[in-house]
Write a protein that binds this ligand. Structure first.
Ligand code: NDP
Length: 404
């Protein structure tokens, strides 16, 4: 059906390449390009061993619009999947715009010099993409991504209006390292050291980092301490869910992780501003990334499961209802299939499905879109088919399980 260009050969790029290769009728040609081509070649080798498909590889510095344009001219894809870092979102969007090619990513833009992610930079492309007749699908990972689609599905099938959403992200896995992040360390640490923020009655409320927490009893996992964080899907869902009164995001962290984080912050190694070191400027968090385990290498010994879901309260026929829609994913199962851990897997599968939605014209439009703006049904069907089966349970004891 179509040729796609995947940019980024990290933990998530590996899963996207595997999952696209598993569907030869949809993804007839696949090119994987990244800053370090040898990483693309390693992934291509694994994909060939797993699926017998040959994928092409190339090199690109995606911070450079001209290089991305040249890459698109060379390979002529119908869709570019940006699986590099959020810093590359705008240059890749610019290149797609120049070449009239559809665009997809999994994380919203943030400027390298400020730990602040926001949709305003990418939403600003709305009229340019519209007049060019192309589309951008933003945030097609798990959270953002699947969590947005869970909300859209709940609104379509379980509620007349949604009033309260709590997105709950639990990783109860153990990778055997004293400290490691499950996706790019720089992006991950910038995200969780920011102030917490949630949306209530039309206003954003900020709280000190990691200052609000409670134990949520995650199905198939058990109770885990969950901390209120700001996460990017809150911004688009607050805008796109009619009737919403409050939306928050929670993530689990163990004591060991939090202690390491506190020490790293205290000694300054999570700083994002350049410092002088032996006559050279280095950015401490980038140096830290070089020391930490590569998230793509964590899969081998990872045990345990993730549970990510949306706890949603609203009304149906005037009656108050609560549903929890969630997916449970097993690290070891993911490794067996793609040599990746569950965080890369739960991001890479929805990126493939988002691409499939666009190429099959199930999700189609002109402009810039978030996931909840399309019909959730075909996407939810594909989650069940391609590795991320979900469950929806009606909750009767809401006040007990959500005390805050
Ligand atoms: P990794 O750090 O493992 O991989 C990033 C890849 O991008 C690397 O191969 C890197 O190349 C490449 N890259 C970086 N800069 C450039 C550049 N200038 N030009 C070309 N390639 C570049 O990250 P992950 O795979 O863990 O994460 C990928 C993305 O997925 C991130 O944006 C992350 O925020 C997002 N994500 C989204 C989630 C969701 O649920 N929505 C969850 C988890 C992650 P090199 O190897 O040479 O450094």
């Amino acid at each position: 059906m179509a040729k796609v260009l995947i940019i980024g050969a990290g933990g998530v790029g590996n899963v996207v390449a595997h999952k696209c290769a598993q569907l030869p009728k949809v993804f007839t040609d696949i090119v994987l390009a990244s800053r370090t081509e040898s990483k693309c070649r390693d992934i291509a080798k694994n994909v060939k061993a797993a699926t017998k498909r040959v994928i092409k590889t190339d090199r690109v510095d995606a911070d450079n619009v001209k290089e991305v344009i040249a890459l698109i001219k060379k390979h002529k894809p119908e869709l570019v999947l940006n699986i590099a870092l959020p810093y590359q979102d705008l240059p890749i969007m610019d290149a797609c715009l120049a070449m009239g090619v559809d665009y997809l990513d999994t994380a919203n833009y943030e400027p390298p010099t400020k730990a602040k992610f926001e949709y305003k930079w990418q939403w600003a492309y709305q009229s340019k993409y519209k007049s060019k007749g192309i589309m951008a699908l933003l945030g097609s990972g798990f959270d953002p991504g699947v969590t947005n689609v869970f909300c859209a599905y709940a609104l379509k099938h379980y509620f007349d209006e949604i009033n309260y959403v709590d997105i709950l992200d639990c990783n109860a896995g153990d990778h055997g390292h004293a400290f490691a992040t499950n996706f790019n360390p720089e992006i991950n640490i910038r995200e969780i050291t920011q102030k917490g923020k949630y949306w209530e009655n039309g206003k954003w409320i900020e709280i000190p980092p990691m200052s609000v927490n409670f134990h949520f009893d995650y199905p198939e996992i058990g109770p885990k301490n969950s901390f209120l964080l700001y996460h990017e899907e809150l911004e688009s869902l607050a805008k796109n869910l009619p009737g919403l009164k409050r939306i928050r995001f929670w993530m689990t962290f163990g004591e060991n992780y939090l202690t390491h984080l506190r020490v790293m912050q205290n000694i300054g190694i999570t700083r994002i501003d350049p410092v002088e070191f032996e006559g050279k400027k280095i950015v401490p968090i980038q140096f830290l990334k070089a020391l930490l385990p590569d998230p793509g290498s964590l899969g081998k010994n990872y045990k345990g499961k993730t549970n990510i879901g949306c706890l949603i309260k609203g009304k149906k026929n005037g009656v108050s209802k609560v549903w929890y829609i969630y997916n449970v994913c097993d690290h070891a199962e993911c490794y067996k299939e793609t040599k990746a851990q569950a965080i890369s897997y739960t991001t890479g599968v929805p990126a493939m499905i988002g691409a499939k939605m666009i190429l099959e014209n199930k999700w189609r439009g002109k402009g810039v879109f978030n996931m909840e703006q399309f019909d959730p049904d075909p996407f939810m069907d594909d989650l069940n088919k391609y590795g991320l089966p979900w469950k929806a349970v009606e909750i009767k004891n809401y006040n007990k399980i959500m005390p805050l």
